[in-house]
Design a protein around this ligand. Structure first.
Ligand code: GDP
Ligand code: MG
Length: 601
């Protein structure tokens, strides 16, 4: 049988999940009656947010010009935080379907995904989707793809995942244009792990692409990264549901296996599976560990006990090993966990899942990035001297610091022409360094900057969206660490330093940040029976002060200045969780105050 392994890549909301569903329906893998919206997006949260969090694999049979084809396809997540999952999924394929919305055109993640596919040496089938929309401009968008990505406009296939138009043509193109897999079943076994999930009954289910060799039930496998050995107790394919196979899964095929693996930590996405006896001489290239870039603390709030929070986090971690956690404690907030995430969206998702599925109340501290701190002193102990810091309160005394480095990203923004000036100003105020500006079409440009990650983790994206009236999109990649004048700013409430409110800021922006932060705290903290002084300090020196006046009879509602959806979301969250309050000394501090430190002012 002919095999085609491919993935579907797109900017978020351009229709890859819908297109995947339509293809399943077209090939009869799911009947019309069975078909429901978004078969591939299982998780409640995915449905609600309309995003794909986990990649899924599906296989379908298709007859093309009288020949039988097995089409294995993988639905990938489209958000920046999940770059890594996308890049792994790509390596399991020979081809990629690049979906672009016929009314939106090329967006930031279209470009990022296309580059990843080109890098992985995949054959690309460009698809212009949503041609049923009245605002669709398929020919124009095809030209845009040619100009920006060098993909010939004539190669584009026009589809509507909504009406089914063009789906037959797309399936034909997959069979005709994509190459079949090259691996050899006789060669030593190498299977690429591109995804995994935890099942309460079966333990870890590993998704793999057999690159060379074969595997069947009873074989003993070895993870080449960790050296750990497991027996295969079940192995099979997706048709589209997981289906056990007694016969071996061979080179070129995509499948799943269950191998008595108890924790996702034992299965590293991107790692190579081989046979325990007669192993492959080397693993498949390009594996790296996913990197957590954004960190914050979770503390129990309301009725939630520390143990309950720990259980909830343990349980969630079984399902998502890409966030990290370790116990921590704060003078102000007591015992909790320091958690690491792939990005801001990932952090939001984990927090929401903990509260929803784990049924716990959480106070979350403001997210920070990882800093590299070079300590002064014995130059010979080089490795000892650089420490990674993910919590501002861990920053050593200034006298012990030789330099502080922060993560820098390459950011690529696609925007309508008329917003360029405002966007450049936004990047400049966030300590950005201009890189380039190029035309995408008559009306849109690609703007590139280098920016500190710390400057974009909170509301950069919201700002970009509001400046561009929703039309701007962005994508970023970590470029490396760079030294800058970074200092720790402490916050004192009623004379007590609150460690969970400490932030690392750029020296030149400290005064401004200090003042705006105290203003925000003043808005967030309710009046008490006594006056509450608020202070910002750097190395013991007070750089800003404010105070919250003692309560009078008539307390007016708090007034929130500023803008947009994020704030509304915070307000809703606040309504939901009045119990999200922490008492520090004699002062009650709401959750929002801990997030207030993020406001870049
Ligand atoms: P994904 O984020 O790329 O997976 O996008 P989805 O498949 O979730 O689709 C995003 C939205 O676009 C959903 O509301 C879909 O119903 C809608 N959509 C997808 N394909 C089409 C199409 O061909 N035509 C129209 N009108 N809407 C579509
Ligand atoms: Mg989707």
């Amino acid at each position: 049988m002919n095999i085609r392994n491919f993935c579907i890549i797109a900017h978020i909301d351009h229709g890859k999940s819908t297109l995947a569903d339509r293809m399943l329906q077209f090939t009869g893998a799911v009947t019309d009656r069975e078909a429901r919206e978004q078969t591939l997006d299982d998780m409640d949260l995915e449905r609600e947010r309309g995003i794909t969090i986990k990649a899924s694999a599906v296989s379908v049979k298709h007859v093309h010009n009288g020949d039988d084809f097995l089409l294995n396809f993988i639905d990938t997540p489209g958000h920046v935080d999940f770059h890594y999952e996308v890049s792994r999924a790509l390596l399991a394929c020979e081809g990629a379907i690049l979906v672009v919305d016929a009314s939106q055109g090329v967006e930031a993640q279209t470009v990022a995904n296309a580059y990843m596919a080109i890098e992985a040496d995949l054959e690309i089938i460009p698809v212009i989707n949503k041609i049923d929309l009245p605002s669709a401009r398929p020919e124009e968008i095809a030209l845009e793809m040619e100009q920006t990505l060098g993909i010939p406009a004539d190669d584009c296939i026009f589809t509507s995942a909504k009406t089914g138009q063009g789906i037959g043509e797309l399936l034909a193109a997959i069979c005709d244009r994509l190459p079949g897999p090259k691996g050899k079943t006789e060669a030593k076994t190498q299977a690429l792990i591109f995804d995994s999930e935890y099942d309460d009954y079966r333990g870890v289910i590993t998704y793999f692409r057999m690159m060379n060799g074969k595997l069947q039930v009873g074989d003993r496998i070895r993870m080449m990264g960790t050296g750990r050995v497991f027996p295969i107790v079940d192995i099979g394919k997706f048709t589209p549901k997981m289906t056990s196979y007694k016969q071996p899964i061979e080179a070129g095929e995509v499948g799943y296996m269950v191998a008595n693996i108890k924790t996702l930590d034992d299965v590293n996405i991107g790692d190579t599976i081989t046979r325990d006896t007669d192993p492959a001489p080397e693993p498949l290239p390009g594996y790296r560990e996913p990197q957590q870039m954004v960190f914050c603390d979770f503390y129990p709030s309301g009725d939630t006990k520390f143990d309950e929070l720990r259980d909830a986090i343990d349980r969630l971690h079984l399902n998502d090993a890409s966030f990290t956690y370790q116990p921590t404690s704060s003078e102000a907030l007591g015992f909790g966990f320091r958690c690491g995430f792939l990005g801001m969206l990932h952090m939001d998702i984990i927090q929401e899942r903990l509260e929803r599925e784990g049924n716990v109340g959480i106070v979350q501290t403001a997210p920070t990035v990882t800093y590299e701190v070079v300590k002064t002193g014995a130059a010979s102990q080089n490795s000892e001297r650089v420490m990674q810091i993910t919590n501002p309160s861990d920053l050593p005394d200034p006298s012990q610091i030789a330099e502080v480095r922060e993560p820098i990203v390459d950011i690529e923004i696609i925007t309508p022409n008329d917003c360029i000036g405002d966007l450049m100003r936004l990047c400049e105020t966030r300590r950005g360094q201009y890189v380039s500006q190029t035309y995408l079409s008559d009306s849109r440009q690609i703007l590139k900057y280098e920016l500190p990650l710390a400057e974009i983790i909170f509301d950069f994206y919201d700002k970009l969206k509001s400046i561009t009236r929703g039309y701007g999109t962005m994508d970023y990649n970590i470029k490396g660490f760079r030294k800058d004048s970074l200092v720790k700013m402490d916050i004192l409430i009623n004379g007590t330093p609150v460690d969970a409110l400490s932030v690392i800021v750029h020296k030149d922006k400290a005064d401004l940040r200090g003042r705006s932060l105290l203003k925000r705290l003043k808005e967030e903290i309710d009046r008490h029976m006594f006056e509450i002084p608020l202070q910002a300090a750097i190395g013991g020196k007070i750089i800003a002060r404010e105070s919250i006046k003692a309560m009078r009879k008539n307390v007016t509602a708090k007034c929130y200045g500023g803008d947009v959806s994020r704030k509304r979301k915070l307000l809703e969250k606040q309504k939901k969780g009045k119990e999200r309050m922490k008492r520090i000394g004699t002062v009650d501090i709401p959750q929002e105050a801990f997030m207030a430190v993020l406001d870049p002012g």
